[in-house]
Design a binder for this molecule. Structure first.
Ligand SMILES: [Zn+2]
Length: 450
């Protein structure tokens, strides 16, 4: 979601908002800005220029992508999808026959990718996931037959919801916790996708974290990050949930390292090494700044958007691991699959929900892509490091008057009148519309279906 504006201002003048690494933000940003967290891990050299909890990239794997892409296709993906805020000429240089990419910002070593001479001479793209067009035609009413879909319910919920700042409560009503809502939708979506023939896998199917780490494991790293970011003597504790200086405390940073960075990186290990899906659906509910969680602001605005990976910031491209992950993702051509899926699913969700497309207040971090009007490219951690097509859904503003009333109404059959309109249960509408969109996409792409 949109970022609630951070009210925290560091005391040190050298410290600027834009360079702060870990911030309160609803959509999980992939990047870590200036964070080169030096020598935190013994496996990393001090000179390594790696994102938070990232690992040193193995550029050799990109040798398998030699001659798999033409110059024009590579240039298009760089210019129109991944580096829409500018291509750092000193890091990525595109020539007629090849591209030279800096592998280590400090040593200036490079990797050279040779282009295919033309469309017909392209070598096979190595990848574990299968695009729809490579799957056999479908029969009967099973357009998802043979497809492996992983459901990734955003956040944790349960007892973690307050820590994640995905918790608010209006008066004495049931608290709204995003991680529980996304799990509920995922569990309703799974049987719908199985009915269409898919094999469904859960990245998370409880309110427990996938990572075995806890905030206490990150106290030292949190302190290191704060000091490196210009907070020479960071405070340990947060005074209260509305403490304006909470983002500058070791406590708050260590929690963020746990539930965001460590958790998503562990989910990626699960996705990439065990689940091997053809598609991951990241399921979220959106929100806008609600202020005090126990006295939240309810707003009129309600909207929908979906995200695919792209639109890297120059600060992000500066990190060796993020640059590597971007190039690997580009070469896998995940975008060619995830964009039309996102467009088709967005259109189905827009039809079912009647929600308008979300308009980001700035174009600094996102780039609108596709044809539906609902899809943006953005560099989020999950959309970057899950190595397959990823569609990240952000329907419904939880603290909108309609969204909140529908969440409080729970799940039910048929329709109920909510704020004067007959509505399906918000959970069924979410699950049904995703299933409808996927059915349409795969039916068309596989040339069979119903
Ligand atoms: Zn979310």
């Amino acid at each position: 979601m949109t970022k609630p504006k951070s009210s925290w201002q560091p005391s040190n003048a050298r410290f600027s908002y834009s360079s702060f690494v870990i911030r309160s933000s609803f959509v999980i940003r992939a990047s870590s800005f200036l964070l080169a967290w030096i020598a935190v891990s013994s496996t990393l050299l001090a000179a390594d220029n790696i994102g938070i909890l990232g690992s040193k990239p193995n550029w050799d794997v990109l040798e398998h992508y030699q001659h798999t892409i033409t110059h024009d296709e590579f240039a298009h993906l760089i210019n129109d999808v991944y580096c829409t805020h500018g291509v750092p000429d000193n890091l990525i240089k595109i020539d007629a026959d090849s591209a030279r990419i800096v592998t280590n910002r400090d040593s200036k070593s490079t990797f050279t990718l040779q282009f295919a001479a033309n469309e017909n001479s392209k070598a096979r793209i190595p990848r574990l996931w299968r695009p729809a067009k490579s799957l056999p035609r479908t029969k009967f009413n099973k357009p998802l037959a043979g497809l492996r879909i992983a459901l990734d319910p955003g956040h944790l919920g349960g007892k973690w919801a307050k820590m994640e700042e995905r918790w608010f409560q209006v008066g004495n009503t049931k608290p709204v916790t995003e991680g529980d809502l996304t799990l509920r939708v995922s569990r309703m979506l799974a049987p719908r996708l199985r009915k269409l023939g898919a094999t469904v896998l859960f990245v998370r199917n409880s309110t427990q974290p996938v990572t075995s780490k806890r905030p206490v494991d990150f106290l030292d790293l949190a302190k290191t990050i704060l000091i490196k970011n210009g907070v020479p003597r960071p405070r340990d504790e947060v005074l209260n949930p509305t403490d304006p200086a909470k983002e500058g405390t070791v406590h708050w940073q260590s929690e963020m390292l746990f539930y965001r960075y460590s958790e998503i990186r562990r989910r990626a290990v699960l996705v990439n090494t065990k689940l091997h899906p053809d598609l991951v659906l990241c399921l979220h509910f959106n929100a806008e700044g609600w202020g005090e969680p126990s006295n939240p602001t309810l707003i009129d605005n309600n909207h929908l958007h979906l995200l695919v990976n792209g639109s890297y910031l120059t600060e992000e491209l500066d990190l060796d691991d993020e640059r590597f992950e971007m190039i690997r993702r580009l070469l896998s051509r995940a975008y060619d699959e995830e964009l039309p899926i996102a467009d088709t699913v967005a259109t189905a969700m827009a039809k079912a929900t009647g929600l308008p497309p979300y308009q980001y207040p700035t174009t600094l971090t996102t780039t609108k892509v596709g044809s539906s009007g609902y899809v943006y490219a953005r560099n989020l951690l999950a959309t970057r490091i899950y190595r397959c097509p990823v569609v990240y859904c952000e329907p419904y503003v939880m603290n909108s008057k309609d969204g909140f009333a529908r969440i409080e109404a729970g799940d039910y059959e048929g329709t109920k009148e909510i704020n004067g309109v007959q509505r399906k249960s918000i959970f069924r509408e979410y699950a049904d519309s995703i299933a409808d969109g996927l059915r349409e996409y795969y039916s068309n792409a596989r040339g069979g279906g119903d």
